[in-house]
Design a protein around this ligand. Sequence first.
Ligand code: FAD
Length: 467
Amino acid sequence: TTALVWLRNDLRIADNPALAAAVAESESVTALYIHETDPSLRAPGGAARWWLHHSLEDLGHRLAEKGIPLVVEHGAAADTLDEVLRDTGARSVHWNRRYAPSEREIDATIKTRLGHRQVKVHSHPGNVLVEPWLIATKEGHPYSVFTPFWSTLKTKDIAALLKAPSGGGSARPSGLFDRYTQPRWAKKFAQHWAIGEAAAIDRLHDFLDESLDDYPTGRDFPARDVTSRLSPHLRFGEISARQVWQAAKARSHAHPGLANAVEKFLSELAWRDFSYHQLYHREDIAKVPMQPKYGRMAWRNSARDLQAWQRGQTGIPIVDAGMRELWETGYMHNRVRMLVASLLSKNMLLDWREGEAWFWDCLVDSDVANNSASWQWVAGTGLDASPYFRIFNPVTQGGRFDADGSYVRRWVPELAALPNKHLHDPAAAPPEVLAQAGITLGLDYPTPIVDLKASRERALAAQSNLS
Ligand code: FAD
């Protein structure tokens, strides 16, 4: 009989426990992806849909070469599974676990329902380094602070990798990939990314070969391309966190001089597990501030200011550069994500959920755990958050992390002729410098949307009203 593997955030063949188990159990395996319409799930954003479309297309062909058809359906998960089980005659279903409470509820209901009909359901650990419930404080509570979480995670055995199932064949993918509309504006991303499992593995090895040793210092400089850019691949599970972990560990064994760089890189990877750890325990992380007092925060309401931020027209160059990088590529460098999020939630005093929602729609790596947890971290509303009074100064940060201005010049070309000294703060440049660069503020480039000093005081006052 046929075994069914229901793929969700694990669009890969290698190190895929659910797929490996299905292949071990039965000679005939069908893979299923469902564009789920269950109302309790957050629909993927536009950029993510674009990625997903191409990732499914790639996976469909690769699975077909192994004789495994990929069926792509659209609907409520339970009903769709019923139909596919009927069509294939499968008597067992395998999946890798997902962790949001609403997702777990859907999965648990399906498991019970299918159990009543003698269909065996097997769930596997495939999406994080360590299952969220296997890490707890001494008192048995979830961690709310990253550092002790990381110290504990490091002591755990990270499972060995599973090989891609062998076997050849020539199944035909169903060709239903196009049913899920991808927005037109996302098509321009194609020039920036190679999508799919093979591309993810290439990316990992390029990063380990070329950038790893520079990672601890270079990772903060947005113009230096030294981070791994694995985030969208990890988001869709084209590569597993375990594959990344084991490959990096192997480097530090082979080259002990790289041990510190590997440690730094893996601690960043562990933030992903930490986000999932939080999501597992708190479904509402995207909606509700994890520190309840922020529920009383008097956020400003300004559609005009929000739009200026979204369009990269705040008049603060490094912020505008980041927002335009996001719009053009579906990605933004981590340091700049922190700066734009801090400007929105602190200086502009707009609700962080507005920023989170924009990122959700525009990021190719928009991730139900990482996006919410990171926004709460920057806004100061999260459990292990950057303290509210730590308000980034984007002008100082620009001077520090983009000293030669190459990041700003790339994304905000209208400022390119300004000398480095004034590039990050054109409003403070002497009129003759602006004139020489051919820039009229307010015309060629906006004047700053907020006064950084006054808005900082305003944010601190709003915060102190809460306690
Ligand atoms: P690398 O530095 O090479 O790190 C490797 C991997 O580790 C990443 O791919 C990612 O999976 C994980 N990782 C690294 N840093 C973090 C972090 N701070 N938190 C969680 N995981 C991390 N990351 C997402 O994957 N999806 C999101 O939707 C997302 N939204 C964010 C929103 C804000 C406001 C901020 C400040 C950060 C957000 N991040 C998000 C985290 C981080 O910015 C990205 O993971 C990182 O920039 C991706 O680039 P990279 O793959 O080159 O990272």
